[in-house]
Write a protein of this length. Structure first.
Lengths: 445, 198
C-alpha cells in the first residue's frame, strides 16, 4: 500500500461518495437532533417526550417528515409569493453546504491511495464558513418580510440586527485561533493543535467562550432566540409558514447548529484528533507524515482503517456533545431582553474580543522573542495567560453591572439616588413601606 | 470547464446587474445586487483569488447588503412599483464616459502580466508557490504589509474618517443635553428605608 494521495477515476468516485455520505449523515443527524431536542427537553422537565413511534420514539422524525410533506401549504393572501418561497430555500442552502470544509476523520488508506476525510479542502476554509453563514440571514429576513405579517416582520428585523452584530464578535474571537493556527484551512488548524499537544480550548479559553456565545446568537438559539421569541412574536419570522417550508426553516436551524458544533469541536477541541500523536497524519511535500523528529526529519505516518474509524468516532462524540449543550442550554436558560442582546454583543463581546486579540498577540510575540518553540510549553504559557483573562471576563460579567435585569436596574437607580444625596429616609412610615413593596414587585418583573 | 463556468457566472453577473436597475421592487433590486456580487465572487474563485472571493461574499453580500435590506424594510419601500429607469439625453454621454473608462482599463490591464500582484511575486508560478507556502491569506497579507503598507494605512484612515463622519451625522440631534429627570424621591426613599429595616 503506497501513501500517495488518491488520483484519477478512483479519486472522482471517492469524492462523490464523500459528498453523498456527508450530505446523508447531515440530514440524518438533523432529523435525530430534533428528536433529541424533544426527548432531552422532556427529561429536563420530568416528562417522557415522544416515545410511541418505534422503539423509544426513534421513528418519530420519519413520521414528522411524512406529516409535513402531506400537510397543506398555505400562502398568506397578502404575501409576495416569490420572496415567500425564496426565504426557506435561502435558509437551508448555506446551512447544509458549510459542513463541506470541516475535516471529520484521519486520512483513510485505500488500495488506490490515501483519501482525505474532508469533502472540500478549500484554501480559505473558515472564511468560506463565515461567508456562507453571513448569507444565511437573508432567508430569515426575507421570510419575515414577505409574510406581510407584523410579527414575522419584527422577527426578521431582529434577526438581521442580531446576526450582523454577533458576526463581528464571532469573527474577532476566531482571530486568536488563526494566529496560532497560522492558516485559515481547518485541516491546518487541527494539525497545529496536534503539533502543540494541547487543544486550543485551553490556550485560548476566552476565545472559546466568546465563540460559543456568538455561535449561539448566530444560530438564533436560546438564550438568543429573539427572532422567534414565542412569548412576544408568536414564532417570529416563520409565523406564516406551514408544511415543508416550515420544515425547511427547521432543517436549516438544526443544520446550522450541527455546523456550529462541528466548528467548536474542530477549532477548540482538536477536531478528529485523539490525545497522543499516534493518529496524526498530514501532507508535507507530497508525503503523508506524522510529525518531525528532533533533527527535523519527517516521520512517515501509518494510516489505518481502524484509526480512521476511531478518529471519526472522536469527532462525532465531540460534535454530539456540543449539540447536546445547545439543547441543554435551551431548556435551562431564559431568553434575554432585546436590549440586553445588543448590549452584550456590542459593549461586552466586541471590546473583550479586541482586547483578547492584543493579549494573545503580545504573548505570542514575547514567547517568540524569548525563543520558546511552538509546542507544549508554549501552549502552557498561553493557557495561564488566557485563564487570567477568562477569570477577569467571567468575574466582570458576574457582577451584574454589564448585563442587568430589571431588578438590578431598579437597584442602580436607588444607588444613584442615594449617591446624589437629597434622600430623606422616612423609616417606619406605613405608606412608604407599601410603596416600597410595590416597587420591589415592579422591579422583580 | 473553467471557460464554461466563467461564461455562466459572467452572464449572471451582468444580467443581475441589469436587474438591479430594471427590477420593480427595491427588495428585488437588492437581491439582484446580491446575486451580482456573488457571481463576481465566483469569478474571483475561477481566478484562484479565493481570499478575495470569501471577503466579497462576507463583507458585501453578507453584511453591507443586509444593512441595505434592513433599511429598505424599515422604511417600507417595498410597495412602490413605478419604473424608475428613464433614458434621457444626459444619460447617454455619461454612459459613453463610463464605457470609455472601462475600455481604457481593459486595454491597460489586458494581460495578467500588468496586474500589480503579478509583478510583486514575479510570475504565475511564483504566485502558485507563494499560495502553497503562505496560504490564501498570507499571499495577500505579505504584499499588503510590505510594499503596499502606505496605501493600506491610508485606506484605513479613510475608513476611520468615514466612521467618525457617520457617528457625527447620527449623533447630531442627540447632542442637546437632556435635562436630568428629577429623582422620584418618595418611593425610592421608602424602598431604602424598608431595605434597611429588614
Amino acid at each position: 500500500m503506497d501513501l500517495q494521495p488518491i488520483s484519477g477515476v478512483p479519486a472522482l468516485i471517492a469524492q462523490s461518495a464523500k459528498v453523498v455520505a456527508v450530505f446523508s449523515v447531515v440530514m440524518l443527524v438533523v432529523a435525530y437532533t430534533t428528536l433529541a431536542e424533544r426527548r432531552v427537553s422532556a427529561f429536563i422537565q420530568d416528562r417522557l417526550g415522544p416515545n410511541r413511534v418505534g422503539p423509544f420514539g426513534l421513528l418519530q422524525p420519519i413520521a414528522d417528515g411524512i406529516k409535513n410533506i402531506f400537510k397543506e401549504e398555505t400562502f398568506p393572501a397578502t404575501a409576495s409569493r416569490f420572496f415567500f418561497a425564496l426565504g426557506p430555500m435561502l435558509t437551508i442552502m448555506p446551512a447544509v453546504v458549510t459542513i463541506a470544509v470541516i475535516p471529520f476523520a484521519a486520512p483513510l488508506p485505500t488500495p488506490w491511495g490515501v483519501v482525505d476525510m474532508i469533502v472540500a479542502d478549500v484554501p480559505i476554509g473558515i472564511l468560506y464558513i463565515l461567508a456562507l453563514s453571513s448569507v444565511g440571514v437573508y432567508g430569515v429576513v426575507l421570510g419575515g418580510w414577505a409574510s406581510n405579517n407584523k410579527y414575522a416582520f419584527l422577527g426578521g428585523l431582529r434577526a438581521s440586527a442580531q446576526m450582523v452584530s454577533y458576526e463581528v464578535a464571532l469573527g474577532l474571537s476566531l482571530i486568536a485561533v488563526l494566529m496560532l493556527g497560522g492558516n485559515v484551512t481547518l485541516t491546518e488548524i487541527v494539525r497545529q493543535q496536534q503539533a502543540m499537544g494541547l487543544w486550543f480550548a485551553l490556550p485560548l479559553s476566552l476565545a472559546f467562550i466568546l465563540f460559543v456565545i456568538a455561535a449561539f446568537a448566530e444560530t438564533n438559539r436560546l438564550p438568543f432566540d429573539m427572532p422567534e421569541a414565542e412569548s412576544e412574536l408568536i414564532t417570529g419570522y416563520h409565523t406564516e409558514y406551514s408544511a415543508m417550508k416550515f420544515s425547511m426553516f427547521m432543517i436549516g436551524e438544526y443544520a446550522h447548529m450541527l455546523t456550529a458544533s462541528a466548528l467548536m469541536a474542530t477549532l477548540f477541541f482538536g477536531g478528529w484528533d485523539l490525545p497522543g500523536s499516534w493518529d496524526d497524519a498530514f501532507w508535507y511535500q507530497g508525503q503523508l507524515i506524522r510529525g518531525f523528529d528532533a533533527a527535523g526529519v519527517p516521520i512517515a505516518a501509518a494510516p489505518a482503517v481502524w484509526k480512521t474509524l476511531l478518529t471519526l468516532g472522536a469527532f462525532a462524540f465531540k460534535t454530539g456533545f456540543f449539540l447536546l449543550l445547545y439543547i441543554w442550554i435551551r431548556w435551562t436558560l431564559p431568553r434575554f431582553r432585546y436590549d440586553q442582546v445588543m448590549q452584550l454583543g456590542w459593549k461586552v463581546m466586541l471590546p473583550t474580543a479586541l482586547a483578547y486579540i492584543v493579549v494573545v498577540a503580545g504573548t505570542v510575540l514575547v514567547l517568540d522573542l524569548v525563543g520558546v518553540p511552538y509546542g507544549f510549553a508554549f501552549g502552557l504559557v498561553l493557557t495561564l495567560v488566557s485563564a487570567l483573562c477568562t477569570g477577569a471576563f467571567l468575574f466582570a460579567l458576574d457582577r451584574g453591572r454589564i448585563i442587568t435585569g430589571a431588578a438590578a436596574v431598579g437597584e442602580q437607580k436607588l444607588l444613584a439616588a442615594r449617591r446624589r444625596g437629597g434622600l430623606e429616609l422616612a423609616p417606619g412610615s406605613a405608606a412608604g413601606a407599601e410603596i416600597a413593596s410595590a416597587a420591589v414587585v415592579d422591579a422583580g418583573d | 470547464m473553467v471557460e464554461f463556468l466563467f461564461i455562466v457566472f459572467a452572464v449572471v453577473a451582468v444580467g443581475s446587474a441589469a436587474g438591479v436597475v430594471l427590477a420593480r421592487s427595491p427588495v428585488g433590486s437588492l437581491l439582484f445586487m446580491v446575486a451580482s456580487l456573488a457571481s463576481v465572487a465566483a469569478l474571483y474563485v475561477l481566478l484562484e483569488a479565493h481570499f478575495l472571493a470569501a471577503i466579497q461574499v462576507m463583507v458585501y453580500a453578507g453584511a453591507i447588503m443586509v444593512l441595505f435590506l434592513f433599511v429598505i424594510m424599515l422604511l417600507n419601500l417595498g410597495h412602490d412599483y413605478r419604473r424608475d429607469l428613464r433614458l434621457t439625453l444626459t444619460a447617454l454621454p455619461l454612459f459613453a464616459l463610463t464605457g470609455g473608462i472601462a475600455a481604457l482599463l481593459i486595454l491597460r490591464f489586458r494581460g495578467a502580466e500588468q496586474a500589480p500582484i503579478y509583478r510583486f511575486f514575479g510570475g504565475g508560478d511564483a504566485i502558485d508557490a507563494a499560495l502553497a507556502e503562505q496560504g490564501a491569506v498570507g499571499a495577500i497579507a505579505h504584499p499588503l504589509f510590505t510594499d503596499y503598507l502606505v496605501p493600506f494605512e491610508i485606506t484605513g484612515i479613510l475608513l476611520l474618517v468615514a466612521i467618525v463622519g457617520a457617528m457625527a451625522l447620527a449623533k447630531r440631534h442627540v447632542d442637546d443635553p437632556v435635562p436630568a429627570p428629577a429623582p422620584p424621591a418618595e418611593p425610592l426613599a421608602a424602598l431604602d428605608a424598608s431595605a434597611e429595616e429588614g
